[in-house]
Write a protein that binds this ligand. Structure first.
Ligand SMILES: Cc1ncc(COP(=O)(O)O)c(C=O)c1O
Length: 402
């Protein structure tokens, strides 16, 4: 018997991405890959994390570390995060902090909390693929959030949502060094997102996964900080800030957080109780110790290493890419976004590139909720050492010259 005809309608949009399948084939050692959007494991603070696990398990905290705990998360970590958010211009306390198993879980929970089937989520074209995957389970429709301006009128957004039998519920965006484009919103654009959200009376999900990884220029305050200033404080804010330790300390430990109005945190806590009770106690306790001692130093170390790699990738693209191809010049994060001439197909190019040039990247199409963007692709520079860049970029450029 097959159980597949018993599945809930929400599962119909849960599909293995063809790109993820293709990228699985890329583990062969002679492939030069710019595909994986992951931190460089050689830069993980393994010794500090190892020492912290030993200290937690070898001392008085061992029982608590191995025990169940409250769904909100480990209190000292929540206090540390409230102070960290304060340093970014968001005055809050631990009641505004909710610990998740990575920020991916926050996206799932927020989708579950806000989206009824047929509701509309506003996302940028392109957006983070993992957010689309998280939201898809709640059967939304997507409309375009254009952070450069030129959005539809609030009435037009509302009418389109109503025609689909739902309401516009939130705008989701990655305002710092976005995955996949590398782009960052300036203060005016952040205010404009809040203006639109205010007119529509919707939530804003601010995905800040890359925020600390700035290599040039001045940091722009989080959207949540602008929101607190205009709404009179975090408990009146419409912005839900999703943070993560993954890109700085370790993605494997799965520790992220949401900073939001306490009435939203209270709902998320109930959701977590029903889902996995709480994030792993021991990982939260270790993350707290490690963050307290080395967070800033680790950020500096990553900035030094990744800035060099970004610069090397940008120089190599400049030196070898043919006319007609453009790319983003990110001030931080992990990604450079290339636009090929109209009519080009980056998925086809990947298949040829793997075969003929032995170079991999991620085709951009999967990041577009409307299925466009076939002439775009994403390159990650976090694992791009000199050999990767020095050989990989000219090989890809030769293929593109044809
Ligand atoms: C924009 C963005 N948000 C969220 C995540 C999820 O990160 P984590 O669940 O490890 O915090 C990622 C991971 O790549 C990402 O790129």
């Amino acid at each position: 018997m097959t159980l597949l005809n018993l599945l809930a309608s929400r599962s119909s949009r849960m599909k293995a991405s063809e790109i993820r399948e293709l990228l699985k084939l890329l583990d062969q050692p002679d492939i030069i890959s710019f595909a994986g959007g992951i931190p460089d494991p050689s830069l993980f603070p393994a010794a500090a994390i190892g020492d912290a696990y030993q200290a937690v398990l070898g001392g008085a905290e061992a029982g608590a570390a191995l025990q169940y705990q409250v769904s909100e998360g480990f209190l000292p970590l929540r206090k540390w995060l409230a102070a960290y958010m304060g340093s970014l211009g968001v005055a809050c306390d631990e009641a505004n902090i909710f610990i998740t198993s990575g920020s991916q879980q926050a996206l799932d929970y927020l989708g579950k909390l806000f989206l009824s089937p047929g509701d509309t989520a506003l996302v940028t074209w392109p957006t983070y693929l993992g957010a689309l995957q998280a939201f898809n389970a709640y059967e939304p429709r997507y409309d375009r959030l254009n952070t450069a301006g030129g959005n539809m009128t609030p009435e037009a957004y509302r009418a389109a949502a109503a025609a689909n039998g739902g309401k516009v519920k939130f705008a989701y965006l990655v305002p710092d060094f976005a995955n996949p484009t590398g782009n960052t919103l300036d203060a005016r654009q952040r205010e404009a997102v809040l203006d639109l959200a205010g007119e529509l009376d919707i939530a804003v999900i601010e995905d800040a996964a890359y925020r600390a990884l700035r290599y040039d220029g001045e940091a722009v305050p989080p959207i949540l900080a602008f929101d607190c200033a205009r709404s009179g404080g975090i408990d009146n804010a419409r912005t839900l800030y999703c943070g993560s330790f993954s890109k700085i300390l370790s993605p494997g430990m799965r520790v992220g957080w949401v900073c939001a109005a306490r009435h939203v945190v209270e709902k998320l806590v109930l959701m977590k109780q029903a889902s996995d009770l709480h994030s792993p106690s021991i990982n939260q306790m270790v993350m707290h110790r490690v963050a307290e001692t080395i967070f800033d130093r680790q950020v500096e170390k990553l900035i030094g290493a990744y800035r060099r790699r970004r610069d090397a990738l940008l120089s190599a693209l400049e030196a070898s890419m043919p006319q007609g191809i453009t790319w983003s010049r990110p001030d931080g994060g992990m990604f450079v976004w290339l636009t090929l001439p109209q009519g080009a197909d980056a998925t086809e190019l990947l298949a040829r590139s793997v075969k003929e040039a032995r170079v991999a990247f991620v085709p951009g199409n999967a990041f577009f909720a409307d299925g466009t963007g076939r002439n775009t692709l994403r390159m990650s520079f976090t694992l791009a050492d000199d050999r990767t860049v020095g050989e990989g970029v000219p090989r890809l450029a030769r293929l593109l010259r044809g």
